[in-house]
Design a protein around this ligand. Structure first.
Ligand code: GLN
Length: 499
């Protein structure tokens, strides 16, 4: 069974399409794995066994009937519990939505279904995707399979933990400030935030609408690209969706050719505050890429140092307005509605009880930043700096094809270590936030293990808008160079957690 679990999604899709293995067998293996290890990992908030097996059997029947199968047909996938999927509760990791079952599917979910993929269930996340550790989830933290006392990243830590513990070969994440890339980095997996507008936000519970973007989580670059190709592309239901063909991500992941590619190293993302093992593996990745034919150039993006501060004004401003819809009337929780209390009182009680403290902190900051008299000083200034950050990217991309940095300054920290220190929690997204503010594509790829703690380090690759394929080209080149330098691919180092 473990052989099914450690196989790539590409390999599983091939076996299922040729009839070498049934989709049902593949699905059962993953459902059994979830039953065996999820009590330790807590990656899943809901497992949808019956529907998953029924879908798998349909795929097998389609194949025997000689019908055309979708790409990744029969391959199991886990979906972050921020995306609506009919028939299963969508909680967003919050008490506020406990028991709420969405009446429609997110476009991304519809595309998984259309591709004949098998949805295993919904994964844990920080409440409303706010956090870097899954510790703000109302349903308890997920754990990192590399060390169960450590965080699997956040907000999409359930998705990264599911993929890294071989509960699913693929998962869907969403990334507002790093929630796909930082979890990928600290779990030794691959995660890509597509160009803003490259994949649809329709049916995804909004955190900060100008930053949110769904994307793939996987163990290999090719698998991430295959999933990216399934979910991306124009959607008329999302007003910010880009009307253009999906960049050739699968071809790029299969080619991995970086000969002559110019790779810009962001000067601002190094030095103090970066763990020595992170620095070391980052430098080593650069050498591997250089040996593969890429040209390395140091680049300055002077405004990137303000990205974190900018994000923590723009994001809460959008959060405060998006989360106003949880008014105790329309969705989920309603507290104190005894026929005596006023609507305002019920709303106050519900929001007080339904939201956790991190969510409340952001609603308060956002409301303040948008309030009259402060709007120009806070929100207005932040929007100006956002433009300067975008201009830094534009300027850099006149001389280089991609930019690189460590994905996150440290490896996975211990559960509990940063929960009372929001500023140190926020620092986990130092390097990932600029790409959200500018809207361009970015991904994280395994760069090896930090010698000091044996935990995974990630390399971040950033590309211009709609040049997502370049990210995969670099990821694939790195993966190949590692396999030949180390004698085995990085994935062979991911520990196979015992039940
Ligand atoms: N960790 C960041 C935050 O707390 C990013 C969240 C995200 O990308 N959803 O806001």
């Amino acid at each position: 069974m473990s052989e099914i679990l450690t196989a790539t999604a590409a390999e599983l899709a091939r076996r299922i399409a040729t009839g070498e293995q049934s989709a049902e067998e593949v699905t059962r293996a993953h459902l059994d794995r979830i039953e065996a290890v999820d009590p330790k990992v807590n990656a899943f908030l809901a497992v949808d066994s019956e529907r998953a097996l029924a879908t798998a059997r349909q795929v097998d029947a389609k194949r025997s009937a000689g019908e055309e199968l979708g790409p990744l047909a029969g391959v199991p996938i886990a979906v972050k519990d921020l995306l609506c999927y009919q028939g299963l509760p969508t909680t967003a990791g919050s008490r506020m939505l406990e028991g709420w079952v969405p009446p429609y599917n997110a476009t991304v979910v519809d595309r998984l279904i259309a591709a004949d993929m098998v949805i295993l269930g919904k994964t844990n996340l920080d409440e409303f995707a706010m956090g870097s550790s899954t510790e703000t989830s109302a349903y308890g933290p997920s754990r990192n399979p590399w060390d169960l006392d450590r965080i699997p990243g956040g907000s999409g830590g359930g998705s990264s933990a599911a993929v890294a513990s071989f509960e699913a070969p693929l998962a869907i994440g969403t990334d507002t400030g790093g929630s796909i890339r930082q979890p990928a980095s600290v779990t030794g997996t691959v995660g890509v935030k597509p160009t803003y507008g490259g994949s649809s936000r329709y049916g995804i519970i909004a955190m900060a609408s100008s930053l949110d973007q769904p994307g793939p989580c996987a163990r290999t670059t090719e698998d991430a690209a295959l999933l990216h190709a399934v979910i991306a592309g124009h959607d008329p239901m999302d007003a910010t969706s880009i009307q253009a063909p999906v960049p050739p991500v699968v071809e790029a992941a299969r080619s991995g050719d970086v000969a002559g590619m110019k790779i810009g190293i962001v000067r601002e993302f190094a030095g103090d505050g970066y763990a020595p093992g992170v620095e070391q593996r980052f430098q080593e990745s650069l050498t591997l890429l250089e040996n593969a034919g890429a040209e390395l150039v140091e680049v300055s993006c002077p405004h990137f140092v303000h990205a974190l501060a900018t994000y923590y004004l723009i994001m809460p401003a959008e959060v405060s307005s998006n989360l106003a819809r949880y008014d105790a009337m329309r969705y989920g929780l309603r507290v104190g509605d005894d026929g005596e209390r006023s609507t305002e009182e019920v709303m106050r009680l519900t929001r007080g009880r339904g939201f956790g403290s991190e969510v409340k902190r952001r609603i308060i900051i956002g409301t303040h930043a948008l309030s009259s008299g402060y709007y120009d000083a806070y929100y207005g200034s932040a929007q100006k700096v956002r433009t300067l950050i975008r201009q830094d990217f534009d300027q850099a991309f006149t001389s280089v094809d991609v930019l690189v940095s460590p994905s996150t300054p440290t490896t996975a920290f211990r559960i509990g270590e940063r929960i009372d220190d929001p500023m140190s929690m926020y620092r986990a997204d130092l390097c990932t936030i600029p790409a959200n503010l500018a809207g361009n594509a970015a991904g994280s790829f395994p760069a090896g293990l930090a010698p000091e703690d044996g935990l995974p380090v990630g390399l971040q690759v950033m590309a211009p808008p709609m040049a997502d394929d370049r990210i995969y080209r670099v990821g694939a080149a790195l993966e190949r160079a590692q396999a030949s330098a180390w004698g085995a691919p990085f994935t062979s180092q991911i520990p196979f957690l015992e039940a």
